[in-house]
Design a protein around this ligand. Sequence first.
Ligand code: AMP
Ligand code: ZN
Length: 112
Amino acid sequence: MDCVFCKIIEGEIPSEKVYEDEDFLVIKDIRPVAPVHLLVLYKKHVGKIHQLSEEDRKKLSKVFELIAKVAEKSGILESGYRVVVNNGPDAGQEVDHIHFHVIGGKKLGKIA
Ligand code: AMP
Ligand code: ZN
């Protein structure tokens, strides 16, 4: 599959890994917009929110526990952080593989 995140998950493209379990891989974004910029990748290739199955949605319900864990590990649990999912062209989704940005470590501007 010609998907950069699938290639990272398969280990074909190198990445800076922060956390990994059965369903998720957390890496550092290659073009960080803040001192902390992580990407929580869902390991299964699903492009967009409306393409998630019931089972995918159940697995993704764990994502908030995971985000809190990596936020703590990155030292931004209390200072705060932004979680972003870009979905589709108007949101500027670059990589068509479901992922959550976790952005923090500085005071962030308004979202749009
Ligand atoms: P999005 O616009 O939500 O699809 O964001 C995709 C993100 O993936 C961008 O912030 C990119 O900087 C990031 N990205 C693209 N390729 C890589 C890579 N090889 N390793 C880490 N992050 C990447
Ligand atoms: Zn993929």
